[in-house]
Design a protein around this ligand. Structure first.
Ligand code: PMP
Length: 291
């Protein structure tokens, strides 16, 4: 379907009640043509998000993966961002989504550095948000559901209005959770750490990639509680996600992070860049070629 013809009814259930689950993937240019990074893992997370919401997907994981590939092929993109979304459609208003059909769409477009054009090299400025990240007693943080992003949007608005690039959210226990669309890593005395799943994070596929890379590179990496003040005293901090890739954080709440040398962040950035562009054959299993 043409971009301009992709329309939905204003009474689409998901528009009113946030009843959609979605994914964000990237397709990268490689010397063997465009390739999607960790397609199977993203589709598996989408299926799990739907399951958490008792949402009946009509498509199998294989059908979703194939449809993603066809959409990129049809658009002739060498590189793009990919947004599959399953949502309760138009039918019956009222909170109960179940009477509505589950619709499925995939959109692809060119999308550069998510946190700004100099973010990957210069780093971003963050604030700790006054809005806490959703917790499992209110909304399941591990489902990538549209509803979660109302919480994230409040934090993002607060940060942007205050002149920052991104918000870092604490959980309701006061410990660091994540960014509004990224997981977070801290480096202190050459040890890398990131909040556990229990901190209310979305289990990021980029986070998982960094953890696996750290093991392969012989860098010590821990999943642990991180407090707000430990952000300030980090030697390095970085955000990571499909859209943001690996983005250094240069400042939190007016405190400069480390001495700006970012040695370990750069190791991960380079390794990630090589893997997604198909230059590191040891991780070829993570790439799905379009052709
Ligand atoms: N946390 C949130 C809230 C996100 O929206 C994202 C982006 N999907 C991430 C973390 C990072 O996840 P991934 O690395 O799988 O893109």
């Amino acid at each position: 379907m043409d971009w301009d013809e992709a329309r939905i009814h204003v009474l689409t259930h998901a528009l009113h009640y946030g009843t959609a689950v979605f994914e964000g993937l990237r397709c990268y240019k490689t010397d063997r043509g465009p390739a999607i990074f960790r397609l199977e893992d993203h589709v598996a997370r989408l299926v799990n998000s739907a399951k958490i919401y008792l949402m009946d997907l009509k498509q199998s994981p294989e059908e979703i993966a194939n449809a993603i590939k066809s959409t990129i092929k049809a658009n002739n993109f060498e590189e793009c961002y990919i947004r599959p979304i399953a949502y309760y459609g138009y039918g019956e208003m009222g909170v109960n989504p179940l009477p509505n059909e589950v619709n499925f769409a995939i959109a692809v477009w060119r999308w550069g550095a998510y946190l700004g054009k100099n973010a990957l090299t210069e780093g971003v400025r963050c604030m700790v948000s006054s809005w806490h990240r959703i917790n499992p007693l209110t909304l399941p943080p591990q489902a990538k559901a549209s509803a979660n992003y109302a919480n994230a949007a409040l934090a993002k608005i607060e940060a942007v209005k205050a002149g920052y690039d991104e918000a870092i959210m604490l959980n309701t226990l006061g410990m660091v959770s994540e960014g509004t669309g990224e997981n977070i890593f801290r480096v202190k005395r050459n040890i890398v750490s990131t909040p556990t799943a229990a901190a209310g994070i979305l289990r990021g596929i980029t986070r998982d990639t960094v953890i696996e890379l750290a093991a392969d590179l012989g860098i010590s990496c821990q999943r642990t509680d991180i407090s707000r003040e430990e952000l300030y005293t980090s030697d390095e901090l970085f955000l990571c996600g499909t859209a943001a890739e690996i983005t250094p954080v240069r400042e939190v709440d007016g405190r400069t992070i480390g001495n700006g040398d970012r040695r370990i962040t750069r190791i991960f950035q380079t390794a990630y860049d090589d893997i997604v562009h198909g230059r590191n054959k040891s991780y070829a299993r993570w790439l799905d070629y379009i052709k």
